[in-house]
Structure formats: C-alpha cells, structure tokens
Design a protein around this ligand. Structure first.
Ligand SMILES: Cc1ncc(COP(=O)(O)O)c(C=O)c1O
Length: 429
C-alpha cells in the first residue's frame, strides 16, 4: 500500500492512539473496590464521609430537593446558556460578600462544577492569547490543574514553592521570590482556602504580602475556590483572600474566580459551579462587561450548549432561602468539625503509640486533606499491609476517617514509619 493510500485508510485512523496512564486517584478507587479485606479504609478520593464512612446527603440539600420538586413549575427544561440566574447571583454573593458591587463588577457563568469553571477560565485566556504567558501553580497542586491548562494551549506551565517538606510549613520566601522573579503579567493560580493537597493555608498576614507582591508585578490572578466552608466552617473566613484581593489589593485589575459547589454542598456528581470575572473598580464600561459575558456564553454553547439544571436548582434554593441557608451553614460546621475532630483523634493515637516523628502538622492543617509527610514507599505499604488507601504523594483525605477506623489508621502509620526507619538503621550499620 502506498504511503498516501495508507494515510487515507479510514479503517485505521484510531490504530496508533497512545494509551495514557489511568488517573491515579480513580485507580486507587478501582483497587479499593476489589480489595476483599473488611478493614479497608479509603483516604484517597476527596469526598466527605459521615462517621459511619458513608456519603452524606446534607439535610439542607434534602429539604431543598423536596421544595424544588414540589414546585408546580418544576420541570427539566434547558437552562439559559449562561445558567440559572438566581444561582449565578447568589453564588457571587456568598463568595464576594453581601456588600460587594456584584451588578457592576461581576461577569459570570454557571459551569460544570469547579473543573468546568477552570476550563472556562483557561479557554477564555486562550482566546485572548493569555495562554502565551507563563502560568504558575503551587508546588504541589491538584494534578488536574496542569492538564486543564495544558489542553488550553498553556505551554509554559511553572510552579511556585508552597510546601516546605522539612518544616511541613508554607515556603513563603520561596513563594514570594517566584512572584518577584516571574515575568510581569504571568498568570498565578491560587487556592484561596483548604489547599489541595497540603491542607496548608497562608495566614491573613501572609495573604496580604502575597497579594501585594502579585500587585507589584502586575500578575494575573485566578482563584480556584473548591472548598469554601471546608477550612473553617465559615464562608466569609474561607473567602478572605478573594475578598481582600477584589476589594482592596487587586481592586484595580481584573481577577478570575472558579467556584465549586461539589464539596461544600456535597453534590459532587451534580456538577454545580460558576466562573466569575471580577472587573476592576474603574476602567471597564457595561458594554465591555457584556462583551466578556458573550465570550463566556460562546465557550459554554460550543461545549455544553447549556449547563446542567438539577443541581443548580437545589443550590440556588439553598442560597435564596434564609432558612435553608442557615441549615446549610450548620451542615458545613458539621462537616468541618468532624474532620477537625478526626485530625485530633489520629494525632492522639500517634502520640499514644509514640510514633517516631512530629505529627502536629496534621492538626494544624485545615480542610479535607492532610499532607501526611508519608513517603511513596510508606504509602504503598499502608495499602499492601494495612488496606489503608491514600494518594502516593502522602495526601490523606481526612474525611475518610471515622470513629470505627481512626485507630486502625493510627496503627498502620505507626507500623510503616517504624518499618522504614528500622530499615534505615540496619542499612547504615
Ligand atoms: C483544588 C481543586 N480545584 C478544583 C476542583 C474541582 O472539583 P469539582 O470539579 O468536583 O468541582 C477540585 C476537586 O477536587 C480541587 O481539589
């Protein structure tokens, strides 16, 4: 067959497709599902579990579902391209604050949860050729960040130091230095709270310094807010960095914000989120705002046509009713407090066992995750010998701990730490 004929042979167009590795976290889920051990523990996937290890439907969500479904106008029609208006308005209100000038400063669109919001943001930047700039992510960051931006033509993906492995603290100097050294106008993706994977957030004072340095270099900021309410149980506290940026330090430049309702409403699979462009206090008129809106709609139209309606209606019902909002706020406290308690119970067990090393970072970290500091080898042994599953980076979803398994996890950590420290001693003899 001639080269040209081979090229034209339609039968084989999918013949040499490269096999990509499976997503590491979903691979953990697959191994866990077939593990016959009854004491297995899932600290992999970032989803809240109740104290019996089961997924939790928030009571506020159950109530909202009843109300939405009992509405005589309830239906499954398409939403508008930009999504449910009441969701967009209230989503902006909870993240930017009641007193923020949403009408004049926010252009937004409903998205396929936080991932979709990131994709809309990256696609918008691609269409404006901002993908020719360097984009910086924390080291480490949520793995999906890199692929979302790479798919949108960001060819220069870089990182800023964040986690200092030795001190298990924020590497603020490294972070600031990278901000300073980066080419002016680079894109910085920031986790506003409950950093994934480390559970380590800058203090309010540190945020001030970080945002001031970003301002000085005129970098472009995109906040990825996937855990509002999970760090402290308070929406306002968890939006501190975003509000500081848009009302104060970065009020003279546009700021992008991706917002997910997967975790804080516990509707992971319903894919509710928003992408927001916050305009500066001055310099943009209404027509320019509506031009940006049209770009967001064009992205959504070509990819989703219209965003999913069901979860949006539930979240909107919660955000627009005082009673449901109050119930939801209580639910967030329930989730964040249980995680807090589990952090303390795990560290208490390690202290009781006199596990070598310092484990205080587990209690000082916040949100769903803890960067335990366990090595890849220790993580592998946790899975093989103790049926405790977590990411190979050592990230554990603390939401997977409960009164029934926290002791087992404590023993498992103790055993793997001793196993490897003893090995080091032998090999150095
Ligand atoms: C940092 C971060 N951003 C965004 C997301 C997106 O989540 P979702 O698409 O489920 O809203 C996640 C989920 O784990 C995350 O950890």
């Amino acid at each position: 067959m001639s080269a040209q004929n081979e090229h034209m042979n339609t039968k084989f167009i999918f013949k040499n497709v490269a096999k990509l590795p499976s997503d590491a976290l979903f691979a953990i889920k697959g191994r866990l599902a077939v593990d016959p051990r009854t004491n297995k523990v899932d600290l992999g996937i970032g989803a809240y579990r109740d104290n019996t290890g089961k997924p939790w439907i928030l009571p506020s969500v159950r109530k909202a579902e009843q109300i939405v479904q009992a509405d005589p106008n309830y239906n499954h029609e398409y939403l508008n391209i930009s999504g449910l208006e009441s969701l967009r308005k209230n989503a902006a209100r909870i993240i930017f604050g009641d007193s923020f000038d949403i009408a004049n400063r926010v252009v937004n669109i409903q998205s396929l949860s936080g991932t979709g919001a990131l994709h809309v943001g990256a696609t918008l930047m691609e269409s404006l050729k901002l993908n020719e700039r360097d984009v910086y992510f924390s080291d480490p960051t949520w793995g999906n960040h890199l692929q979302i931006f790479a798919k949108c033509g960001f060819n220069s993906i870089k990182s800023y130091p964040y986690w200092d492995a030795a001190s298990k603290k924020l590497n603020l100097d490294g972070f600031l230095n990278t901000i300073k050294e980066a080419t002016s106008g680079s894109v910085f993706v920031l986790h506003p709270c409950a950093h994934n994977p480390t559970g380590l957030d800058p203090t309010e004072e540190q945020w001030k310094v970080i945002l001031e340095s970003i301002k000085e270099k005129q970098h472009v900021v995109l906040f990825d807010s996937a855990y509002q309410g999970f760090a402290t149980g308070s929406l306002a506290k968890d939006a501190y960095s975003i509000r500081l940026a848009i009302t104060d330090i970065l009020k003279d430049v546009p700021v992008m914000v991706c917002q997910s309702f997967a975790k804080n409403v516990g509707m992971y699979g319903e894919r509710v989120g928003c992408f927001h462009v916050v305009l500066p206090e001055s310099g943009y008129n209404a027509e320019e705002g509506s031009a940006i809106q049209s770009q967001l709609e064009a992205i959504t139209r070509s990819e989703l046509s219209t965003p999913p309606a069901y979860g949006a209606k539930i979240v909107s019902a919660i955000l627009s009713s005082d009673e449901l909002y109050k119930a939801w706020s209580d639910d967030m406290v329930t989730m964040s407090s249980r995680i807090y308690e589990m952090r303390h119970k795990l560290v208490a067990k390690l202290t009781e066992l006199k596990t070598p090393g310092n484990w205080d970072h587990i209690t000082s970290q916040v949100g769903m995750f803890s960067y335990t500091g366990l090595s890849k080898e220790q993580v592998a042994r946790m899975e093989k010998e103790h049926a405790v599953y977590l990411a190979s980076s050592g990230r554990a979803s603390i939401a997977g701990l409960n009164d029934g398994n926290v002791e087992h996890v404590g023993y498992a950590i103790d055993e793997v730490v001793r196993h490897f420290s003893e090995k080091v001693i032998y090999s150095s003899l």
